[in-house]
Design a binder for this molecule. Structure first.
Ligand SMILES: [Zn+2]
Length: 336
């Protein structure tokens, strides 16, 4: 079985364009609490992932980012404020990048994800800036089209976007792109995380991601609030409510299904293993292989044990998976 990439967009629950106009002035971020379900799964099944960290999170919770890194996960960049690239000009985006890179300087991030996948041909200048600031790979392109994002017609597998048209592969392109996974089935069906993880039936997810991994590594993403039902439900229009809250209480079992059925590693390490990244000292920022979780002294993130996890109402189906171990990864990168 192929090894795939799992990533977590580390941001606040209000970094969601569908809530922007309805946010209360005084709001609790509940940030550490929101991380407990996702860490319970990563720890219980010994999975390492890439965390695309918002600069504002690194500024407010540096100890959390440090602990994530110490636990063997890759730290990558999710810009500073979660402003969409479409709403910025080139200089404003460069300021965001510089600010984030200062905050993440201890981790030498080599990967980037645009807030809400807002990289398309209108914002293709971002490719040059990512190259200029030392990034080696990007994971912002969703080969679909919806009202918020998408680059329809972009390759569904890993490629190098052309500076002139990011939906076209250019062997000399400066940045490796790992698009979010879609199932090509007449049209590209998004299946790779977030709302799609919450909304799609578990069996369809398992089947469709299984189809993808027969051809190429899958690229799966999760936000902490995709599986944590703690944020206050806001009064928002029906479509915003659906996209924001639907399926939060059943998504944890789907994440557990994914990490038990498929093998994952951090994105930088996976691209490195595929010999797609240039060889230089920056690559060492991404752990080459998944490694054991080290003990957490005075943890910044309260670990949630699997038994606690099982008591959570959001996790009825975890019992079904709790006895299964994670599939080991062989030398060749396949699962045994
Ligand atoms: Zn985000």
């Amino acid at each position: 079985m192929r090894v795939n990439a799992l990533s977590i967009d580390l941001e606040f629950w209000w970094c969601n364009e569908f809530l922007t106009d309805y946010l209360p002035c005084d709001r609790e971020d509940g940030f550490r609490e929101s991380l407990r379900p996702v860490f319970a799964v990563l720890d219980a099944f010994d999975v390492r992932a890439t965390f695309f960290v918002l600069g504002a999170v690194a500024e407010q919770y540096p100890e959390v980012v440090s602990e994530i890194h110490r636990s063997g996960h890759e730290i990558a960049c999710h810009a500073y404020s979660h402003r969409l690239l479409y709403t910025m000009n080139r200089d404003e985006f460069e300021d965001e990048l510089k600010k984030s890179l200062e905050l993440l300087a201890d981790y030498n991030p080599i990967g980037f994800r645009a807030p809400s996948f807002s990289l398309n041909n209108r914002t293709k200048w971002a490719i040059d800036l990512l190259d200029k600031h030392g990034f080696k790979y990007d994971s912002s392109i969703f080969p679909v089209k919806n009202r918020l994002y998408g680059v329809p017609g972009a390759p569904v597998g890993i490629y190098r976007p052309s500076r002139d048209d990011i939906s076209i592969h250019d062997p000399d392109g400066p940045i490796v792109e790992f698009p979010l996974s879609v199932l090509p089935f007449g049209m590209n069906i998004p299946i790779s995380g977030g709302f799609y993880l919450r909304a799609l039936p578990e069996r369809f997810l398992a089947w469709s991601i299984g189809r993808v991994v027969t051809r190429r590594p899958a690229n799966i993403y999760v936000h902490p609030h995709d599986i944590y039902p703690g944020p206050p439900p806001l009064k928002v229009p029906f479509i915003s409510r659906l996209i924001t809250y639907h399926g939060v209480r059943t998504s944890l079992e789907k994440l557990i299904m994914l990490v038990t059925r498929f093998s994952f590693m951090p994105m930088g390490a996976l691209l490195d293993r595929m010999a797609l990244l240039p060889r230089d000292e920056l690559i060492s920022a991404a752990p080459a292989i998944p490694r054991e979780v080290v003990g957490r002294d005075n943890p910044a993130i309260l670990p949630l044990s699997m038994s606690e996890l099982l008591q959570q109402p959001i996790d009825a189906a975890a019992r079904q998976y709790a006895g299964r171990g994670r599939k080991p990864i062989s030398e060749r990168g396949d699962s045994r």
